[in-house]
Design a protein around this ligand. Structure first.
Ligand code: PMP
Length: 360
């Protein structure tokens, strides 16, 4: 077996120890004689997996008791609809900041359910910065304010949550959840698909403040209704049981790493090394405002774009895969979520320097 370093944006690399544990438990989980894949979702065994995952997530993010944690199907995209459906019945007016492709998609979806005020957009500048707070324009009586904490494609990350006063703040943390400490009290809703920083595809985390639950549009699909799901402990129907289990293993791994503050330190070092390799050269380019560069997704280009295919081919020969940029954008991108080892980053940086030396 020769595992490579996978810089894909998601589903993304997992810690090897997590995969090994899943392998060891695949045929039989904890002397039960059955696999998690075969477990009933109302069984006491599965219930213990679910309870542990919630306990661990609550501890890692210090989630206050006044918030529910839901584990839902439908991905981040499901939440693009679930948020306006759950929060917009009495006041279908929402504010969104447009900082990249994913907030753009969230805006399109929200427009199906109400009036969307796009408070500012960095699209004309190619999503390379976050519009300054003083230029944002929105009414003070919107139902919520939505932002994408990390734009996975353009590599722009809010370094702290925006200050929007008392308006419930909704954050799409699909690509940076648990990569840095947050103060959950600052948020109304946080959502994230698990397949980047927290495990495998199929399960979505929703952390929602209690007072925002119970106001869904009557036509909200039951599986997306926060109240129905909270009452059912996120098992309104058959959930993606194996993804939930994988999420649990990943949370356990995060605890072993020393928690989120420890992982953040490593994430800062990892991203710093790649940005340094880019900035120190006149061969690679990243034109995102340095103050808001993402620690998770680092898009870059070669000054000579004709060399990008060779770069990808040679990188692959060196065991560094999935470095192509988003399919509609092109260029290159290194995604370095929690589970990407520092060793993987060092190998990538060494490869970039060597490629520049021989082709630059
Ligand atoms: N938001 C962000 C920031 C994302 O990166 C993605 C997926 N790449 C999504 C939402 C959509 O998530 P999903 O594919 O789980 O629906």
């Amino acid at each position: 077996m020769s595992r490579v370093y996978n810089f894909g944006a998601g589903p993304a690399t997992l810690p090897e120890s997590v995969l090994e544990k899943a392998r060891d438990e695949l045929l039989e989980w904890h002397a039960t004689g059955i696999s998690v894949l075969e477990m009933g979702h109302h069984s006491k065994e599965f219930e213990s997996i679910v309870e542990q995952a919630e306990t661990d997530l609550r501890a890692l993010l210090a989630i206050p008791p006044s918030y529910k944690v839901l584990f839902l199907p439908g991905g981040g995209t499901g939440q693009f609809a679930a948020v306006p459906l759950n929060l917009g019945r009495d006041n279908p007016k929402f504010a969104y900041i447009h900082t990249g492709q994913w907030s753009g998609k969230a805006i399109v979806e929200a427009k199906r359910y109400g009036e969307v005020q796009v408070v500012a957009s960095s699209e004309p500048q190619g999503f390379t910065h976050i519009p300054p707070r003083e230029n944002w324009q929105f009414d003070s009586d919107v139902a919520y304010f939505h932002y994408t904490a990390n734009e996975t494609i353009s590599g722009v990350e809010f370094q702290s949550p925006p200050d929007v006063g008392d308006i419930p703040l909704v954050a799409d943390m699909s690509s940076n959840i648990c990569s840095r400490p947050i103060d959950v009290n600052q948020f109304g809703v946080i959502y994230a698909g698990a397949q980047k920083n927290l495990g495998s595809a199929g399960i979505t985390i929703v952390i929602v403040r209690d007072d925002l639950i119970g106001h869904a549009h009557p036509f909200t699909p039951s599986i997306f209704d926060y109240k129905l799901q909270a009452n059912a402990h996120s098992i309104f129907n058959t959930p993606p049981t194996y993804s939930w289990y994988m999420l649990g293993l990943e949370l356990e791994w995060l605890k072993e790493q020393g928690g989120i503050a420890a992982v953040e330190k490593r994430n800062i070092r990892k991203a710093g090394k790649i940005y340094a390799a880019i900035d120190e050269s006149s061969f690679y380019l990243n034109n995102v405002d340095a103050a808001v560069r993402s620690r998770m997704n680092i898009p870059f280009r070669l000054v000579d774009e004709n060399l990008e295919q060779v770069f990808l081919t040679k990188a692959k020969e060196n065991g560094l895969v999935n470095l192509a940029g988003y399919r509609t954008i092109g260029g290159l991108r290194a995604s370095v979520y929690n589970a990407m080892s520092e060793e993987g980053v060092d190998k990538l940086v060494a490869f970039m320097r060597e490629f520049e030396r021989t082709r630059g």
